[in-house]
Design a protein around this ligand. Sequence first.
Ligand SMILES: [Zn+2]
Length: 173
Amino acid sequence: MSFDDATAERWMRTALAEAAAAAGHDDVPVGAVLVAPDGTELARGRNRREQRHDPTAHAELEALRAAAATLGTWRLDGCTLVVTLEPCAMCAGALVQARIARLVFAADDPRAGAVTSLFDLVRDPRLPHRVEVHRGVLAADSAALLRSFFTARRYTPQRQGARVDEWGGLENR
Ligand SMILES: [Zn+2]
């Protein structure tokens, strides 16, 4: 399956809609879509860490789990994961485990990114599987969504502190 810029942007808009929905339940707005080898949508996911009180409920893992359940296999050969933020170490590792073919992401995450920022877990030649990477697709839209989420919460006393600091990376740009 070819994955040109227009295709990547189209799926990223779907992922951004998921990200916006995550903010609706007070989760950091990160969204993901998993695209099948034939170019059809397999699953969507969004950050539900707060909603589910689950440290592993990141958008990427939600999408991977849903797609694997639908297909009845843990192997997601040939699939493309489109996500609004550079995956963390947990999610980058999961992409390798799932044998994902391609990763498309929007904004870099300078604080926790494990694809370009801090590590490159998905293209490490020592690992048994490597993932093709498309970086920076609609990055400004994703960064704006994250920034507005944290700006809106900055002056709410009970939320000040850890959760704002979590996205401190953006403040350093
Ligand atoms: Zn993650």
